[in-house]
Design a protein around this ligand. Sequence first.
Ligand SMILES: Cc1cc2nc3c(=O)[nH]c(=O)nc-3n(C[C@H](O)[C@H](O)[C@H](O)COP(=O)(O)OP(=O)(O)OC[C@H]3O[C@@H](n4cnc5c(N)ncnc54)[C@H](O)[C@@H]3O)c2cc1C
Length: 505
Amino acid sequence: MTTTASTTASAQGTEEIQDAGYVDVLIVGAGVSGIGAAYHLRDQFPDRTFVILDAQDNRGGTWWTHRYPGVRSDSDLFTYGYRFKPWRGPSIAAGEEILAYLDEVIKDYDLDQYIRYQHRVTAASWSAEDRRWTVEVTRDDTGQRLRFTTGFLWMCQGYYNHAKPYRPQWEGLDRFQGLVVHPQRWPEDLDLAGKRVVVIGSGATAATLIPAIAGKAQHVTMLQRSPTYFYAPPTTHELAVMLGPLDLPDEWMHEIMRRQYMTQYHWLARTSFEAPDDLHAFLIESMRPLLPEGFDIDKHFTPRYRPWQQRIAVVPDGDLFAALREGKASIVTDTIETFTEHGIKVSSGEEIPADIVVTATGFNMSVLGDVAFTVDGEPVDFTERVTWRGIMINDVPNMAYVFGYFRHSWTLRVDLVGDLVGRLLATMQDKGATMVVPTLRPQDRDMQLRPFSDPENFNAGYVMRSQHILFKQGDREPWTHMHEHEQEREILPEADLDDGTLVYS
Ligand SMILES: Cc1cc2nc3c(=O)[nH]c(=O)nc-3n(C[C@H](O)[C@H](O)[C@H](O)COP(=O)(O)OP(=O)(O)OC[C@H]3O[C@@H](n4cnc5c(N)ncnc54)[C@H](O)[C@@H]3O)c2cc1C
């Protein structure tokens, strides 16, 4: 990395912006995607200079932000782990174990030296004349402002705002005398002993938090507006148990279990489209024996959407159901009418007493890290743009982003995108090009634009709330995204990078 210590006056003329130098590739985000991107870059282009910037004060992204009790993956770690780094633990892992795995990756590939924490990227401006991005950064610790320049921007910023969790407006919230906590901001010293806790939400966060706190609090109530699909696989896959005594090399075990889980999840995704009623029945019936006698499964656990139209929440070994059976937790399915001084009143008239309310109500999505993009002086309005294969954006040069799967492990896509970006950089090198721009061909200009996510396909609340700020997809390749991993693992490695939609110069 070229570092120069010169400072210049900012646009406002008052603050100093320090010139932080030029790198060949600038990665935004040190979560699963950014660490994976850095590995792929180093592996394929060991001579390129790069830096990873993250607004937070530590690595891990999601797994650093979410440190509430019980936080864990709901994907298996053989596919949530990278292709190149064997996972050695049980299939489902705690947040801490995922962070430890990422630490190993950082150490194995000597990535620490490239990560700059508390560096929030606020703006990125492309200049075709200079063939580079100018990236403005504010240090969250010192307030200092920095300016990096780079030939290629790799956005690995995830999909939601880490600083501002989503919390709906509720009537009467200000008169509630208890404590309100969001899982994105869990207080380390929160004492639950003897407390009545209400967890608002029905997704993966509520499902993992509740069993973890059920033994500590006096009682936990899950308050949901509508039910979610749950699936209760064993924490360790039976195949892994069978293979255990063979003492296989880690790489073999990783690969065998990856294939096992991919096959299983491909079947699940396929069945969700081809035979949704069968999958619905399978999920509901597999829950039934785990629930207390006479439990109203129709009211509390029977969603009104197709399985996988929203994420299926995994409860390893059915621990959520155990908490219900043991009477440590209960479920109310109803809408909130108002908060009261001592709890929450729902539409049925019932008042649920609460000392602590946990708002497991999800995220605010953010578009490409809320970075203000300009291309040759023109602000980029992403709502008018179209994705190129879920990796680049039309008319935004030299920029790739990572967006993982909803129905499969996010990281499966990190590796696929890593390969494709590698091929893209190699193609630029072969052509002697310093600029690549996804460009609508004449025949694409009047194509029908579709929302970021077709609600028929995937309609989780946080995505639906944010469609109006997100970029779109077209009605044909390569202007589409959100394919299933089963198809995309064939499509992306074969994708033609010279089909006229990528313009090199
Ligand atoms: C509790 C929880 C459990 C989950 N479990 C699973 C699971 O089991 N399987 C699965 O596939 N997915 C799961 N997910 C989805 C999860 O977010 C992804 O799997 C994955 O962690 C995303 O990684 P990422 O690196 O792309 O983004 P993130 O983890 O969101 O990390 C992005 C990083 O970029 C930084 N950043 C963003 N904008 C800027 C900016 N402007 N400047 C500087 N830095 C910036 C952020 O600070 C953050 O550290 C889960 C999500 C949550 C919240």
